[in-house]
Design a binder for this molecule. Structure first.
Ligand code: HEM
Length: 481
């Protein structure tokens, strides 16, 4: 009797736990889907309830969960965490799925791969001002032609803002990383653009579909992988060219590197040609993606706050070089506009993205299990009324009297990350995007008649590609005098 009832009970419990685990999995899957469509809003809602406490959300990939922290103590813990414990590269791998998108594999840990790249970027950053005339040349020759190819209405070109701004920034990124010849190779730019799109598309889909589908998805999107191959072949040719030209020379006798690729290739035989291409490929693709998004938002913000344009023009006309050389928002309005654009419309609402290689416990006892992700909620800092009075107002003059700048790093300005992983390319980005904006302001009268709302994907806020910028050339002679 007892056995009969107890075996029924066991059976009942088994069915119950089976149903429960399926319902639970279905709810998590539903929430992960919901996160893809409304993630930014979901984070906002959860953060409002959680206050200072960490919280988590179900997501696709990342061991199924993303944890979010937001206090100064959490920031310090993240900053101090060893890169072999909480890894940024492991996180980026999950986003871009190099196993399916790239031809070769990718380490999890920055210490193994990062420092030579960071050194090469710093070398070129220290000579950034020399690049200004070349960047201007790209805009004056090619951006003009690009703009003229858009349809016209009366005396305006009807320019697809996102397409134009991303194209301009791909050019500049390519110029600084790979050199002017490559930036002027239309096939490289077209294929490079397509390749970065393929990468992000595969990365997103692979996290959602069952594992056995991933290689199929990748091969359908990449087709014969001609875009990536063209990009990699170009990079390989450039590294070999530099190494042939410098072969046998001592460090002192090396001709100065003009590009990040050359600076990396010069760092000695410990990096093989293939490894140099590997690193350059990773950060050319990832940065092309982010510089595009942030610059589209910046240009959109300039032309939705038209009352700022006369003062911006005055500042540009008065500057001895392009862009205005001051790098603090105290004495550079353009800097303040870029900061407000990033503060209010940061394309990701979180920063310091890490994946736990082993369980990580914060000083308040909150633990991130191995394989899951953790990030810092930067939107909370950006909209904090104690830091920014009337925090939702776009006010680039709020930084007057401060030494704040776009390239600041720290909890007050989390955008570029923390500690040893903080973005080394931030000076290049901020410099080149200001040259881009100065070029547009000086040379074109622009209007953004009906700015469209951004759409969101996960925590990302993405400017609508249907935004049209009406552009009419100004007096070109005046600019050249
Ligand atoms: C708007 C454009 C950009 C954004 C939003 C951006 C953002 C970031 C962020 C958030 C990090 C990680 C920091 C952390 O998690 O602690 C990072 C790292 C990095 N960024 Fe950028 N970045 C941009 C442009 C660039 C450019 C133009 C370059 C190079 C020319 C660059 C090179 C790098 C590299 C190499 C790292 C890895 C550093 C390491 O391994 O320690 N970035 N970036």
């Amino acid at each position: 009797m007892f056995n009969f009832y107890s075996s029924r009970m066991v059976f009942f419990l088994w069915v119950f736990s089976w149903v429960f685990s399926w319902v639970n999995a279905a709810i998590r899957r539903y929430q992960a889907w919901k996160y893809l469509l409304y993630g930014r809003e979901m984070i906002r809602e959860k953060a409002a309830i959680a206050g200072d406490a960490p919280f988590s959300l179900p997501v696709f990939g990342f061991g199924g969960r993303m944890h979010i922290v937001s206090t100064a103590e959490h920031w310090d813990d993240l900053k101090k965490a060893h890169v072999g414990h909480l890894s940024m590269h492991y996180w980026v791998k999950e986003i871009f799925q190099p196993k399916y998108t790239l031809i070769d594999e990718w380490h999890d840990n920055r210490d193994e791969i990062g420092m030579p790249v960071v050194r090469a970027i710093r070398t070129i950053t220290s000579r950034l001002f020399r690049h200004a005339p070349t960047i201007m040349r790209v805009f004056e020759r090619e951006l003009r032609v690009k703009i003229q190819a858009y349809p016209t209405s009366e005396d305006y070109y009807k320019v697809a803002l996102a397409d134009m701004a991303k194209w301009a920034m791909v050019k500049v990124n390519t110029l600084i990383i790979l050199g002017e010849d490559t930036a002027n190779d239309p096939e490289f730019i077209t294929r490079g653009f397509a390749y970065t799109k393929e990468m992000s598309m595969i990365g997103e889909i692979v996290r959602i579909v069952p594992a056995f589908f991933a290689p199929i998805v990748a091969s359908v999107v990449k087709k014969r992988n001609l875009n990536q191959r063209y990009v990699l072949d170009t990079m390989m040719r450039l590294v070999e060219k530099r190494r042939d030209a410098t072969n046998g020379l001592t460090k002192e006798a090396l001709p100065e590197a003009e590009t990040i690729l050359e600076a990396l290739a010069d760092q000695g035989p410990e990096l093989s040609t293939r490894e140099v291409v590997h690193h350059i490929n990773i950060f050319w693709t990832t940065t092309t993606h982010s510089t595009g998004l942030v610059s589209v938002q910046f240009i959109k913000d300039i032309y939705t706050h038209t009352s700022l344009i006369p003062a911006l023009l005055e500042e540009i006309e008065a500057a001895p070089s392009t862009p205005p050389t001051s790098t603090t928002a105290n004495d550079c309005l353009m800097e303040g506009v870029l900061m407000e654009s990033m503060r209010l419309h940061c394309f990701q609402s979180t920063a310091i993205h890490r994946k736990a290689i082993s369980p990580f416990t914060f000083s308040d006892g909150y633990t991130i299990p191995a394989g899951q992700s953790v990030q810092f909620y930067q939107e909370r800092v950006h909209l904090d009324e104690n830091r920014y009075g009337q925090s939702t107002t776009f006010d680039p003059r709020r930084y007057k009297g401060s030494s704040r700048s776009v390239t600041d790093v720290g909890m007050e300005w989390p955008f570029w990350g923390a500690g040893r992983n903080a973005c080394p390319g931030r000076f290049i980005f901020s410099y080149s995007v200001k040259i881009f904006a100065s070029f547009l302001l000086k040379n074109y009268d622009c209007e953004l008649p009906t700015p469209r709302k951004n759409w969101t994907w996960g925590e990302n806020s993405i400017p609508d590609s249907r935004n049209l910028l009406l552009m009419r050339p100004k007096n070109v002679e005046k600019y050249h005098n």
